[in-house]
Each structure stands twice: as C-alpha cells, then as structure tokens.
Design a protein around this ligand. Sequence first.
Ligand SMILES: Cc1cc2nc3c(=O)[nH]c(=O)nc-3n(C[C@H](O)[C@H](O)[C@H](O)COP(=O)(O)OP(=O)(O)OC[C@H]3O[C@@H](n4cnc5c(N)ncnc54)[C@H](O)[C@@H]3O)c2cc1C
Length: 325
Amino acid sequence: MTILVIAEHDNTALKNPTLHTVTAAEKLGGEVHLLVAGKSCDAAAEAAAKISGISKVLKADDAALEHQLAENIAPLVADLAQKGGYTHILAPAGTFGKNLLPRVAALLDVQMISDITEIVNATTFVRPVYAGNALATVESGQSLNILTVRPTAFDAALAEGGNAAIEDVAGAQESGLSAFVKRELTESERPELGDARIVVSGGRGLGSKEEFERLIPPLADKLGAAIGASRAAVDAGWVPNDYQVGQTGKQVAPEIYIAIGISGAIQHLAGMKDSKIIIAVNKDAEAPIFKIADIGLVGDLQEIMPELMKALDGLLGTNGMQKTA
Ligand SMILES: Cc1cc2nc3c(=O)[nH]c(=O)nc-3n(C[C@H](O)[C@H](O)[C@H](O)COP(=O)(O)OP(=O)(O)OC[C@H]3O[C@@H](n4cnc5c(N)ncnc54)[C@H](O)[C@@H]3O)c2cc1C
C-alpha cells in the first residue's frame, strides 16, 4: 500500500494542514509519499523531506505550477496515481485540496471521499454530514481512494526527524483551462486563523463594522490571537471573506475559541466545535452557542467586553500576551 499526500505550501514553507494530513496517511498503514508541486519550491521540498514518517518526496518544479492552479496540478496527480500505483491520495480539506482532488477523482473516474475525520481501516472512513450533526461511516470498494482530510481531526506529524529522498517529477503542463490573474491576501501581524492557539471571533451581535473593529482586534491583540468571524459578519462586509469560520469557511481547533455575539448556528459550529475551550459572550441565554461553550457569559457584549479587557489588563498588563502561533 502506497499513499500520496499532496502538500499545501507557498513554495518556501509547508502549510500546517499538510502535517495533519500526513498523520492521517500514516494511520492507513502504508508507505507515505509527499508531492510538492510548485515553482522554485526547493525549500518546501526540503522541509517536506524532514517530516517524520515520509519515505519519499516528489518534487514537481515547473512554471506551469507556479500559482498552483488546480487545473494544472490535477492532470499531474492523476498521472502519478496511475504510474505510481498509489492506493490512496490525500490532501487537506481546505480550499486548495477541495479545489484539486475532485478534479483528480473525475480524471481517474474514481468516487472521492471528502472531509474525513477518522480512519477506521484502509477502506473505511468516518466523515461528518449535515454540517457535522451526524457522522457517516463509509466503506470503499475502490482500489484507489481519493480523500480530503479534515486537519483538525488529526494531530500534526513531527516536522523534524525524517530524512526522505527527494525525487524530481516531470510532465507538468499548462492545461489552458485557467490563468492566474492576481492574488489578494489579507496582510496581518496576527497568527494565521488556521494555526492560532487562540481565536477571537465576532458575529452579527456586534452590530456594525465599526463596533467589530472597536471591540474585536484589541481583545485579539491582547491575547496574541487570530481574528475570525461568523458568515453574517463576513456577508455584512465587516471583515474579509477569509476570516469566516464554519462549514463554508475555515475549520479551526484552537486551544481557546472566543465567540462574541455569535448565535452558534450549526454551520458555524461545524468550523469550531473541536476547539479545546470555547468561551461565548451572548445576551441570549438560549443561544445554541452555550450548548457547546465551556464558559458562557450571558449579557450585553457592550458591557461585558470592556469588563473583560479591564480584567485582562489586570492579569496580563497593558501589553498583553506574546503571539500564540
Ligand atoms: C449552506 C450554508 C453555509 C453556511 N456556512 C456558514 C459558515 O461557514 N460560517 C458561519 O458562521 N455561518 C454559516 N452559515 C450561516 C449560518 O446559518 C448563520 O446564519 C450565521 O452563522 C449567523 O451568524 P451570527 O451568529 O453572527 O448571527 P446571528 O445568528 O444573527 O446571531 C447573532 C447573535 O448575537 C447575539 N447578540 C446580539 N446583540 C448582542 C449584544 N449586544 N450582546 C451580546 N450578544 C448579542 C444574539 O443574541 C445572537 O445570538 C451558513 C448557512 C448556510 C445555509
């Protein structure tokens, strides 16, 4: 059994979800290879070779892969799957993997299995359905299984300790199906939402963009936390799209998740319910968020937030905590 994990990276460094996906791959019990597809991606390939548990790194370094367009990577992965005799192909269930692997599955005429949270054995997987309200155990009869993996459901593999060989892979081509136009990134000094140990998220209860900006960033900065948001806050244009936590946003599992003025709709819970400690501030004692909260503060956030900041000033000083990721 040989497993291919598709690395998520920026040509220089690997993204954290890759390490979690490697752990999932190891649970399958075979030899694990990692594909680093990009342009001038030596540094990312070298980092990949050091991951504990990887036996081979495949490096596809080609101008056609510079912006990692799924339309260009998919035929390469499909080709590798056939030539390499892989039994499983895995990628993190983030925007990158969710864009790429269905295309690979279609090219190979394989039924893909999305967003797995548990590996029962090499052909049996658990995946959430109905926004995480039920878990389906699915058994595959296919000789090749194409899986996206929910990173928060698996621990990260050790980034150091491995010494895998790096093998060059040729054959990448421009598909001509899409072209890179531009990349808009939210520049921030704060930790990345997906990697942060503490996340402070705001919802519609904040009332306006101005109130979101007045109340959420100071708390996040005091705690060295990342900022997240509910879809209502994103749809209202208070924060960029990549702040969204939930079923159709990012899935996070920080040590502490603080939900301010968020009701706790199932689609939001789907993105954060695996957090270790959940703290919620909401004026409605019946809000669903309190069903999963470890600490619930019932009251008007306009009153609670200044109190909270004052208490944290007393505990941490006015400079707050160091960055937590
Ligand atoms: C297919 C689909 C996918 C979706 N994906 C996502 C997703 O990925 N992420 C996501 O978040 N949502 C998602 N949604 C939307 C989701 O159903 C909810 O509409 C959304 O999460 C609500 O956001 P909210 O909690 O900020 O707003 P609301 O549900 O309106 O809650 C606001 C809360 O603030 C409280 N509040 C108001 N004023 C105050 C105050 N002064 N002090 C304290 N508390 C106050 C209220 O009591 C209320 O509980 C999706 C929906 C669909 C249909």
